[in-house]
Design a protein around this ligand. Structure first.
Ligand code: AMP
Length: 295
């Protein structure tokens, strides 16, 4: 496994892989690898002949008061994990090289970037899209792998790839969870013992909403109210940023479920939320699949 820090060197490797007709799978990460990242890498290993992973904590997707400086990093551990999986190349560029002096070009995916997480993290998705496009240009993959844990990010990237005619497949991979349901995340490391135990409230609330929908509850306002009450009861939850019902294909907000089902008789509804547990921001989502064609 090679570690490539130099952008031009990565270009040359990408060109050689292309010339050699390799099927290149690419997994962009910010490092501090966990089971979620590993599932993406293993999927790429299974489906492609070469796997490239990037480790890059992207400064332009963090807001001024966010955790860029203290974001967890452990290159040695990441290296060992990647080597064991059989990753072929780790692309590990320096921020100063990715954003050299005078950098002025950004990618915006309009509207989709302004809702949900985007409404609370202005500029976040612009930073994500810009770096992902740059990385794709450098690595030239056939397939790029993203986690459904960051569902909005996955949809925004799919939109960008389509809109900009990038000739790659974007593969969404299922969310990997701890045994108690908490979605695995590099940021879980910030949680104290008590916060960690209580962080399951997020997944439990999402599943609670699914359960109500399964039982036929159609009043989304009522489900939201009950959910906010559940969050409020947990003293470790310091803030609920959003708890949304959305069309899983285009992220349109759903308020009237009866009207929505008339419009779309089968599909899946995204239930997504961001909450703060202590000083840590957590996001998660689940899908509720339905088919009213089958009665
Ligand atoms: P990050 O290093 O947090 O930027 O994540 C890199 C990739 O791993 C993104 O595509 C994430 O969606 C994905 N990812 C993060 N956590 C999980 C998880 N628990 N399950 C599946 N994929 C994940």
């Amino acid at each position: 496994m090679d570690v490539v820090e130099n952008i031009d060197e990565m270009f040359e490797i990408s060109r050689a892989l292309r010339d050699g007709n390799e099927a290149v799978g690419f997994v962009p990460t910010m490092g501090y690898l966990h089971k979620g990242h590993i599932s993406l890498l293993e999927r790429s290993k299974k489906e492609c002949t070469r796997t490239v992973m990037s480790i890059f904590v992207n400064p332009i997707q963090f807001g001024p008061s966010e955790d860029y400086e203290k974001y967890p990093r452990d290159f040695n551990s990441d290296y060992e994990i990647a080597k064991k999986i059989g990753v072929d190349y780790i692309f590990y560029p320096k921020a100063a090289k990715m954003y050299s002096k005078g950098f002025k070009t950004f990618v915006n995916v309009e509207k989709l970037e302004d809702i949900m997480c985007g409404a609370h993290r202005p500029g976040h998705f612009r930073g994500v899209c810009t770096v992902v496009l740059k990385l794709i240009n450098i690595v030239c993959p056939d397939r790029v792998y993203f986690g459904q844990k960051d569902y909005q990010q996955l949809l925004i990237i799919k939109r960008m790839v389509k809109d900009l005619n990038l000739k790659i497949s974007v593969i969404g991979c299922p969310t990997v969870r701890e045994e108690d349901g908490l979605a695995v995340s590099s940021r879980n490391k910030y949680l104290s013992e008590g916060e960690r135990k209580n962080a399951t409230v997020l997944f439990n609330c999402l599943m609670g909403a699914v359960e109500l929908l399964k039982r036929g509850e159609k009043n989304l306002k009522k489900i939201s109210r009950l959910t906010y009450e559940k969050f409020k009861k947990n003293k470790f939850v310091t803030r609920v940023e959003y708890f949304d019902f959305r069309d899983s294909e285009n992220l349109d907000g759903i308020t009237d479920l009866n009207a929505y089902f008339i419009k779309k008789s089968k599909g899946s509804i995204l239930i997504a939320s961001a909450v703060w547990v202590g000083k840590t921001r957590l996001i998660d989502n689940v899908l509720f699949s339905y088919n009213y064609d089958e009665g």
